[in-house]
Design a protein around this ligand. Sequence first.
Ligand code: PLP
Length: 405
Amino acid sequence: MNRRRFLTTAGTVPVAAATRRDGRPDFAAVREDFPRARLSAYFDNASCHPLSVHSATALHRYIDWETNEVGEPWWPLWAKARDESKNLFAKLINAKPSEIAFARSTIETESNLLNGMNIQAGGGNVVTNDLHYTAALYNYKMRQKAGLDVRIVKNRDWVTDVRDIERAMDGKTKLVALALVSNVNGYLQDIKAISALAHSRGAYVYADIIQCAGAVPIDVKAMGIDFAACSTYKWLMGVKGYGFYYVREDLQGTLAKPTQHSGGVQFNYAPWTREPDSSREEVLFNPVTGPGRYEVSYPSYEGAIAAQESLKYIHALGVDNIRAHARSLTDRLQKELPAIGYPSITPKGNESSICAFTCQDPAKTLEKLAKAKVHVAMRFGNKMRIAPSVFNNHEDVDRLLAALA
Ligand SMILES: Cc1ncc(COP(=O)(O)O)c(C=O)c1O
């Protein structure tokens, strides 16, 4: 499809087309919004979700403006999209907009939180687990080598037992940091039990929510999550390099100290000012307050614009409906793949959109799938991760099962 055709067709598909009269989403219409679904049975949404025509159209508009227009005033034109993306994300996780900062990467944000908490200086420790993302675990290994007390809880049969977390904790535990949904096998942590445990011991909870925001209902208040982060290129259906950082309001600037800053310095001496104030420093430091204290420079406007559209889309569908749709597909995969020789490493009844299976011959499995134009992820050697989203359907599952039968 050439670009002009794309823009005209894409522009004519309103979000409302994704909703039936009875108020329930029409997932066949949703599939039409994701052109990639026509090309293959794409199940690798836990790596990177395709863009909908709506986000793509919005991005094309932005690129056109960046390329062909100056605009007056030049950038606040897009500030509305930026702020709306934040408000829509806050609503998605039941936070206040004043608890959300723009972020660039989930992993970078977790690292910034650790820098800001400076747990090592107080002799505290961090508890995490082996179902967390590998780059996060590397960050902990690096800090461990520099002297931070890090405790990595091992899974038992691909599940983290809350009692193991409890055993790893002591009076000096300051943070329990986990991926709410694991990228390894989609395991959804028993977050309420973990938060209750952490809080009862005076510790706080960080949740990496990149594998669930947009796909699994999240309520940071009800779940007892103190800090959370994600970027938008997975279940939020946006692009890389743009995301959100949730910091519970009462912890901002106190427990979680900012570690980097936006601009805003003022010089209190000539020639910068004609009337220096001798009672004050020469270079003034008045950092911003609120969630902006965790932001550096400008957020990606490309990211904000894509996320504004995709978050509107996710809200229009409803996360409960998205969950129900994915559940019908993962339930089938969980039942039928083990029967043809692919044992599951995702617990039964797990409430996320990701499931994973072990393969005897990963190379052969990938070859068969490629031939049938089915995309999955093969991770950790022989673990096949399948992550259906809103545009996948039972024909996609048929195609996958037929290829592997
Ligand atoms: C659980 C989890 N956390 C973090 C990341 C990386 O996130 P980011 O690119 O936003 O740093 C991934 C990417 O696959 C992931 O699965």
